[in-house]
Design a protein around this ligand. Structure first.
Ligand code: AMP
Length: 144
């Protein structure tokens, strides 16, 4: 049984399955969960020329949208808003830092996310695993 579980979600359709697994690991106590989603810096996410648009505005809009979606997920699951975090940065390192900050005893995340093929190059889960100081559980998602 785990007492403080950090659940990393990329807001894809599989988020619910990942959270449901975390709830079971917490003995059906959603109060033991903390949710995190990391928004990647816009300039890092796109290598094309985007100087024509206001990057700060675009970034803020991406953060706001992610915040709203994560808050709704948290609310639906009965997770209090102070345990729902939308961060900006590199997903794996932010997830690991958050886990240390809250002294999580487990991190739960999906085996695949938006970019399922990325597993070949090193998925977020693999990156989190390297250097994690607590248990990391990957929930099998996807059709394969
Ligand atoms: P991926 O590396 O895209 O295949 O994603 C694998 C899993 O890592 C997802 O199912 C999520 O649990 C987690 N993940 C990926 N990207 C993020 C992100 N930006 N914020 C939080 N968790 C993420």
């Amino acid at each position: 049984m785990y007492n403080k579980i950090l659940v990393a979600v990329d807001l894809s359709k599989d988020a619910q399955k990942i959270i449901d697994t975390a709830v079971r690991m917490a003995g059906n106590d959603a109060g033991k969960l903390t949710l995190v989603h990391v928004v990647e810096p816009v300039a890092a996410a796109y290598s094309m020329d985007i100087y024509a648009v206001n990057i700060n505005e675009l970034q803020q809009e991406a953060i706001n949208m992610a915040e709203q979606r994560l808050e709704k997920i948290g609310k639906d699951m009965g997770i209090s808003s102070d345990r729902v975090h939308t961060l900006l940065g590199a997903p794996a390192s932010e997830i690991r830092s958050m886990a240390s900050e809250i002294a999580a005893d487990a991190i739960v995340m999906g085996s695949h996310g938006h970019s399922g093929w990325k597993i070949l190059l090193g998925s977020t889960a693999i990156k989190v695993l390297h250097g994690a100081t607590c248990d990391v559980l990957t929930v099998h998602v996807g059709s394969d």
